[in-house]
Design a protein around this ligand. Structure first.
Ligand code: PHE
Length: 457
């Protein structure tokens, strides 16, 4: 059955949806900790190298693929060459797998928005978190599911119902409308969080810890792996998302400009988040009379163990700030999760000619069932495992092949450059070809090699 392709109402609608996809948990919860762990201020060097030589070039590559070939990832690759359709499916599956656990973190954030009222987590925020969600202490190992945890299942069902409601509607009615409404709100909330964070007593201690460069870190290959990983995840590059979103643009819509806006907004947002988060961490460190180092937790811990502690100790309006912080995570995450589900829905529709609702029923249904597995007591073991494999190997393998296929195997990178330049105000030069053809694949292959070496050998 032939179908009419979804279309954004305007280029602004597309940019908002793309920025909504990019700005998510990766910016507020992953970025600050990643910077801190990998050399503080010095991390900005690999970060910008990764952004300029890989993040932005591949973002434009995805835009061009989707826009020129007018298809979701598998169809867009198919139009380059039949042989490579599977790569589009690979990227869509990566997005699908991420969606099934990304939603869990959203569910946690949602219940924490509620727990913020009256700071229900009490004194021992770590025990509270473990009891509520991880149930690690109670499991008898990897295979013990030990029953569902209602504290996750209830918000999970609410979030899935919301995603389902948004996704059932065409992109311009569902996703675009959602981002139009929430992105301005998100910006205001983030400004409030940042201002509050940097004006807290002790904030400078935190900011110093964040920004004091450790240049020695630049020699550590893991710092470079982290920078590329962060840039891809945060910009939503390598997950079929941007190919799909660009395929909903009008034929003549500008690409280069939109890409630059998206990258700038995303990086600006995460930098702001890092300032706010570290200001608050400095506050906690000073209150507790310890080094910032001692209060910084890993990804999950930072938001759900350390932040509740900070919120409890705020001098005024702490419930309100708790609601603002966790509410911001929820809002930022919602506009990203739809962009993880959409590439799969779109791929299945392009392939099978299904109506949107049929595809959405299936994809949301299956992803919901998988996410329920993570909501069992032992489920967290899977979350960690899947996250690691999908986010490193699934992503790096896909992005390396994406550059090789477009630049070397099908030699379409020149056509794609012409396509971008035909529709865009800003023309992209040969630096772009250089990045896609040499710089990005070489860097990514080295990084993946080092990673495999360190992990397995
Ligand atoms: N970019 C999103 C974030 O920062 C996550 C995401 C990755 C969304 C890939 C879509 C595709 O949280």
């Amino acid at each position: 059955m032939a179908q009419i392709r979804d279309q954004w109402t305007s280029r602004a609608g597309f940019i908002l949806a793309a920025v909504g996809s990019a700005i998510g948990l990766g910016n507020i919860w992953r970025y600050p900790y990643t910077v801190y762990e990998h050399g503080g201020g010095a991390f900005l060097i690999p970060y910008f190298v990764a952004l300029l030589t890989a993040g932005i070039p591949l973002l434009l590559l995805e835009y061009a693929m989707g826009h020129k070939n007018r298809g979701s990832a598998p169809l867009a690759y198919h139009k380059l060459s039949k042989k490579w359709e599977w790569l589009g499916w690979w990227q869509a599956v990566v997005a699908f797998l991420i969606s099934s656990y990304y939603v869990i973190i959203l569910a946690w954030a949602m219940s924490y928005t509620w727990y913020s009222v009256g700071t229900q987590w009490g004194q021992d925020t770590e025990k509270f978190f473990l009891d509520q969600y991880l149930g690690v202490a109670q499991t008898n190992g990897f295979w013990d599911f030990g029953g569902l945890q209602l504290s996750v299942v209830i918000p999970l069902v609410i979030i899935w119902a919301f995603i389902y409601f948004v996704m059932r509607q065409q992109a311009h009615k569902g996703i675009e409308r959602l981002t139009r409404i929430v992105m301005p709100v998100l910006l205001v909330l983030m400004v409030i969080i940042t201002l509050r964070g940097v004006t807290l007593e002790g904030a400078t201690t935190g900011l110093n810890a964040l920004l004091t460069p450790d240049f020695g870190a630049l020699m550590d290959p893991n710092v470079w792996v982290a920078a590329y990983g962060q840039v891809f995840f945060s910009l939503s590059v390598g997950f079929a998302t941007m190919i799909t979103y660009a395929s909903y643009l009008k034929k003549t819509d500008d690409l280069a400009n939109s890409g630059l806006i998206c990258a700038l907004a995303n990086s600006g947002f995460e930098f702001m988040a890092a300032l706010g988060v570290f200001g608050a961490l400095g506050f906690l460190a000073v209150q507790s009379g310890v080094d910032v180092q001692e209060v910084v937790g890993g990804g999950i811990g930072l938001a759900f163990i350390v932040f509740p502690k900070i919120i409890s100790q705020l001098p005024w309006l702490n419930s309100l700030f708790g609601v603002i912080f966790f509410g911001t995570l929820v809002i930022a995450g919602l506009t990203s999760i739809v962009s993880l589900v959409e590439p799969v829905v779109s791929a299945v529709r392009d392939k099978l000619g299904l109506a949107r609702t049929t595809a959405v029923n299936w994809i949301c249904g299956i992803s919901f069932l998988i996410s329920i597995l993570y909501a069992t007591k032992g489920g967290i073991n899977y979350l960690d495992l899947v996250d690691h494999f999908v986010n490193t190997y699934g992503l790096l393998f896909g992005t390396i092949l994406m550059t090789l296929v477009t630049a070397w195997f099908t030699r379409k990178v020149g056509d794609l450059q012409n396509h971008i330049n035909e529709v865009s105000d800003v023309h992209i030069g040969n630096w772009w070809i250089f990045c896609v053809k040499y710089m990005t694949p070489v860097m990514l292959i080295i990084i993946t090699g080092v990673h495999i070496w360190e992990e397995w050998l």
